[in-house]
Design a protein around this ligand. Structure first.
Ligand code: SF4
Length: 296
């Protein structure tokens, strides 16, 4: 029987401890019904587009390259970046050139991609973004000598009887203090501002509890707003691609009030469909094709 004709299940009982990550809270903020599908019914997210595949590969390469940086003391050079990218996503040079010249060329298929040239363009895009990012890190390293001190750092802490879990992409130790970084492969114009980020508020608290430091927080966007498919990339724009802030007490209070509010509503079993930005939230929702309340 469709969910709309039944009472929704009430999975949470009084005094239940909730274990939740930022992605759960984010799903709930976007639409409580989305959280219900993904985190209560555990319906697998059916979407795995090309951007998801590219994002996963770029994150894997970032982890390997930042690890090199941590061990060797300075950011990796172009040749090291390229070598790691070829390990993470093995396509040889001849195949790339052949695919660009002839759309019929066979290229190993990757989830979410539709045709061979798209795979090759995705490969080139990832390589270019990584080279651009580490070129910028090398440039500023000359004066700063900054370095990663934590990578894919797991955390778990208690909040009002619940457990918040997650993983921080990278913490950079700089002359101005630690910076907690979350890497994004989407463009800055489509992203969130650190000042309003529940994700970075959670990561800041996690690192503060683990290290005793009072870190800044940042989103580093590997893509730039002006990037064009198949075109050479402009140099890194720190003012647009590295968005950093340090929370004031007031900012922190506002963000944590939102997080606590979401947890309270989850444990009150409030899962009514309420897409935050109406149709555009449903358009981007992985469950839109079969959600009974979808506006898409
Ligand atoms: S399709 Fe829309 S209403 Fe349904 S879960 Fe997704 S965001 Fe919510």
């Amino acid at each position: 029987m469709p969910i709309r004709f039944r009472e929704l299940p009430r999975p949470f009982v009084e005094a239940q401890t909730l274990e939740v990550s930022y992605s759960g809270i984010d799903a709930y903020q976007a639409c409580p019904r989305r959280f219900f599908y993904g985190h209560v019914l555990h319906v697998q997210d059916p979407s795995r587009g090309a951007n998801t595949t590219l994002g996963n590969k770029v994150h894997a390469a970032l982890l390997a390259l930042n690890r090199q940086w941590m061990e060797e003391g300075e950011p990796p050079r172009d040749d090291a970046v390229q070598a790691v990218w070829r390990e993470v996503w093995p396509i040889d040079r001849a195949t790339i050139e052949a695919a660009l010249a002839d759309p019929e060329t066979r290229v190993r298929w990757e989830p979410g991609f539709v045709f061979p040239r798209q795979v090759v363009q995705g490969w080139q895009r990832g390589a270019g973004q990584l080279r651009r990012y580490f070129e910028w890190e090398r440039l500023r390293w000359t004066g700063m000598h900054h370095r990663p001190v934590a990578l894919e750092q797991p955390f778990q802490f208690e909040l009002n009887g619940h457990v918040i879990v997650g993983r921080i992409d990278c913490v950079l130790q700089t002359g101005g203090g630690d910076v907690v970084i979350d890497y994004k492969t989407g463009k800055p114009k489509n992203g969130r501002k650190p000042e309003k980020s529940l994700q970075l508020a959670i990561y800041e608290e996690a690192w503060r509890l683990q290290s005793g430091a009072n870190p800044a927080v940042a989103y580093y966007h590997l893509a730039a707003d002006d990037d064009q498919p198949g075109q050479p990339l402009d140099p890194w724009r720190a003012d647009k691609q590295a968005r950093q802030t340090r929370y004031t007490v007031e900012m922190r209070d506002t963000l944590w009030a939102e997080i606590v509010g979401a947890l309270d509503r989850i444990t009150a079993n409030d899962f009514a469909a309420a897409p935050k930005e109406g149709r555009s939230t449903c358009d981007a929702c992985a469950y839109r094709l079969w959600c009974e309340e979808s506006l898409a």
